[in-house]
Write a protein that binds this ligand. Structure first.
Ligand code: PMP
Length: 433
């Protein structure tokens, strides 16, 4: 591995001149992912399967998976061939290509609650469209979200409220995920003004242990929406197709009115979708929803190939099997060096936190130590296992973990809180409800 990250540093210097230094997606990787060691990977110019190469030629096994889109492997041959075929025909034109109808048909066949589809680009588009439809459908205003849940960057849902008016969040209220009493109280408080109840596929908030939805909570969400006429919206943007070949809430036997998808559905091509049941068709027919690029054909062709791979292969079982290997191996190695981990959530989408690590110094130090060993982890949010990973990749990851835990054990007494934790805490404190 090359150790002088001169190309990364030079690009970062140029970027600082032409981008504002805000949290801007993954461009400022160091800020979006504060565990990035100084001079660490910032810009990438090659990706293949489960691997990523930065501009300095350093190779990583990538457990971030582009923050979710990489489900089947970067550059998956079948997905790329489908995209290439469509690109040779047309992409963004004056009207949609046939692939748009074909993909909508396939999605409604694949997702059991879905009778219709609307396409967009990013997850934030999809959650915004879903809220608009819910308000158009019900004629009501209030939207309920779980505290700490992420649904995108629009004013009504962004966790960072600088530049956002209180009026833009006036009809938003929070409940606690999996807490039926808090949900009931938020619904009661909405009176007869409840338009939408948003739930994440499971609780995958940053800096906290993950939780699957309890069947009791999920059922109560459905009952309360049925009683009030509000729409139940499952945000499956991050988890979609990682846990099930259907909406994730099919696992708890609850069907939403709307579900939001993006990230993995086109394996990296920009596409999101709102899938709706007939119960929500009226609102969807009334609302004005449009954007120039939302009918782009190439991502749709890619998504059709993704759906075929999902149906025909054991991609899901494979990621679960590798996830178990990783979880067991990390626990064993941590214990061997006197550390204990909280590994929570589905094994194929784990959040890995150290026990008794309130300021996250060990989480940060471990992730940085893994990064130096060519393993791309995240210190405080879930990572992903993609279908292109192999048992050998997991073995290489566990070997790196062995070295990283050994390093931490040696330096245990001197490890300081990561300087960027202070920055992150300041940002988190700006959250309002
Ligand atoms: N909802 C969830 C659950 C997400 O994880 C994300 C993105 N991390 C979004 C919505 C927003 O998606 P995007 O970043 O594509 O706008």
């Amino acid at each position: 591995m090359q150790t002088n990250p001169s190309a990364s540093r030079a690009l970062l210097k140029r970027a600082a001149r032409v981008f504002p230094p805000c949290v801007y997606g993954t461009i400022y990787g160091r800020i979006a992912n504060p565990t990035m060691p100084p001079g660490g990977p910032q810009f990438f110019n090659r990706a293949n399967g489960a691997r990523l190469w930065d501009v300095d030629g350093r190779e990583y096994i990538d457990f971030l998976c582009a923050y979710g889109p990489n489900l089947l492997g970067y550059g998956h041959p079948r997905v790329e061939a489908a995209a290439e075929r469509q690109r040779a025909l047309c992409d963004t034109t004056t009207g949609p290509a046939p692939v748009m109808v074909e993909l909508a048909e396939k999605l409604t066949e694949t997702i059991s609650h879905a009778d219709w589809v609307m396409f967009a680009k990013n997850g934030s588009d999809a959650t915004g469209i879903a809220l608009l439809i819910a308000r158009a459908h019900t004629g009501k205003r209030r939207v309920l979200v779980a505290s700490g849940a992420y649904h995108g960057t629009a004013p009504w849902c962004t966790p960072f409220t600088i530049g956002v008016l209180p009026e833009e969040r006036a009809h938003r209220a929070e409940y606690t995920y999996n807490d039926v009493a808090s949900l009931e109280s938020a619904v009661a408080d909405a009176g007869d003004d409840l338009a939408a109840l948003f739930v994440n596929a499971f609780k995958h908030d940053r800096c906290s242990n993950q939780e699957m939805p309890s069947p009791e909570f999920a059922r109560r969400c459905r009952e309360l929406c049925d009683r009030t006429g509000a729409l139940l919206i499952v945000d499956d943007i991050r988890a979609g197709f990682r846990l099930a070949r259907d909406c994730t809430w099919s696992l708890v036997g609850v069907q939403p009115d709307l579900s939001c998808w993006s990230k993995a559905i086109a394996n990296g091509y920009p596409l999101s979708a709102v899938l709706g049941s007939n119960s929500a068709r009226t609102g969807a027919s009334r609302a004005f929803i449009a954007a120039t690029y939302w009918a782009q054909a190439v991502p749709m062709a890619a998504a059709i190939a993704v759906l075929d791979v999902i149906k025909e292969t054991n991609y899901l079982e494979h990621t679960v099997a590798l996830g178990h290997l990783l979880r067991k191996g990390l626990d064993q190695r941590a214990l061997a060096y006197g550390f204990e981990l909280h590994q929570t959530g589905p094994v194929q989408m784990p959040t890995i936190l150290f026990k008794d690590d309130p300021d996250m110094r060990f989480d940060m130090a471990f992730t940085a130590a893994m990064m130096r060993r060519g393993i791309f982890f995240h210190a405080f949010q879930n990572i992903f296992i993609c279908a292109a990973m192999t048992k050998d990749d997991i073995a290489q990851t566990l070997h790196a973990a062995d070295g990283a835990f050994a390093e931490l054990a040696e330096q245990r007494a001197t490890i300081q809180p990561h300087p960027l934790v202070a920055y992150r805490s300041a940002r988190v404190l700006q959250r309002t409800t």
